[in-house]
Design a protein around this ligand. Sequence first.
Ligand code: THU
Length: 136
Amino acid sequence: MSKATSIEELIERAVSAREQAYAPYSNYKVGCALQMADGTVFTGANVENASYSLCICAERTAIATAVSQGHREIAAIVVVTQSSPPAAPCGACRQSINEFCSNPSKLQVVLVNGDGERRDLGFHLLFPEGFRGSDL
Ligand code: THU
């Protein structure tokens, strides 16, 4: 657990996290870094399984780590893949991110790849009108 001072540092943390990805089946490695509302950073990588449906995405690995340590508000998220253009989180991860984001238009999403390509956008553009606890 540590704090990041800039998005560039958050990107570095996500790149490092990606190195720990366990992706022997897809060979598609993903790294994620979350900056929580108080600045604390949590990271995650995808963890695959021979029983394919048990694969866990990098984003949800990071979210589970953050929440299990008492941090529930995501301020920024970086996702590193090998895709060009840089890939965005899958639908399941978008729903999981939404659960821990009280204002989607304020959540900064940064998508990068190893070739230096970068896309910046607000989470509301990735997940408009998401279903949340207040809808129940
Ligand atoms: N993956 C992620 O880690 N995050 C996503 O948002 C999309 C997909 C992982 C899951 C699997 O290990 C591999 O990428 C290929 O789908």
